[in-house]
Ligand binder design. Sequence first.
Ligand SMILES: NC(=O)c1ccc[n+]([C@@H]2O[C@H](COP(=O)([O-])OP(=O)(O)OC[C@H]3O[C@@H](n4cnc5c(N)ncnc54)[C@H](OP(=O)(O)O)[C@@H]3O)[C@@H](O)[C@H]2O)c1
Length: 175
Amino acid sequence: MKTILIFVSTLDGKITKWDNPNVKSWSSKEDQDSFDKLWVNNRLIVLGSKTFNFDPIKPSPDHLLVIMTGQPSNYKKYEVSGQLEFRNDSPKELIKHFEKEGYEVMLVVGGAHIATSFLKEKLIDELWLTIEPKIFGTGINFVIEEKLDINLELISCKSANKQGTLFTKYSIIKR
Ligand SMILES: NC(=O)c1ccc[n+]([C@@H]2O[C@H](COP(=O)([O-])OP(=O)(O)OC[C@H]3O[C@@H](n4cnc5c(N)ncnc54)[C@H](OP(=O)(O)O)[C@@H]3O)[C@@H](O)[C@H]2O)c1
């Protein structure tokens, strides 16, 4: 199974503007359209409980949304089996489980804690990062403050609009 990490960040690596979790308040229309397309075209989507809590996503038969949390029992009221599931699995266990179920692609859509826990175990195959030409100075970085040493290789980079929003794709070098 291919695991793809998706983020939109500023030039200074922020995935939130200061302490505001509403990403759509600053990301470009082009990024939002591209994210919507990704959402439509992928079934298995994984995110952290903090990202979910900011904007609880509605279940849909078109997707299996997996929320990673240490306390799945707190989310019973949201749970819809096969559509919106809350799991207390490690990233490795999660990948193994869904590989067995026959999934070919897993989108990991944040936030920073979840991204870091996958990245540090080298469980991400590609990073698809939109870079907005903005600098916020403070906000959440797309990885948390930990010692990491991850090398990536650029697959593609294209300018999405006049202002210079960049759609980048990197593969993670695992050697
Ligand atoms: N710009 C973007 O593209 C983008 C994308 C996504 C999110 N965001 C922003 O990112 C912020 C949230 O990021 P975040 O880093 O604070 O939270 P997060 O990564 O969304 O969620 C972290 C939480 O997930 C749970 N968890 C379960 N298993 C875990 C594991 N293996 N490793 C780490 N956490 C695990 C823990 O909570 P419990 O166990 O207590 O449930 C943990 O506190 C929001 O402000 C959101 O708007 C931005």
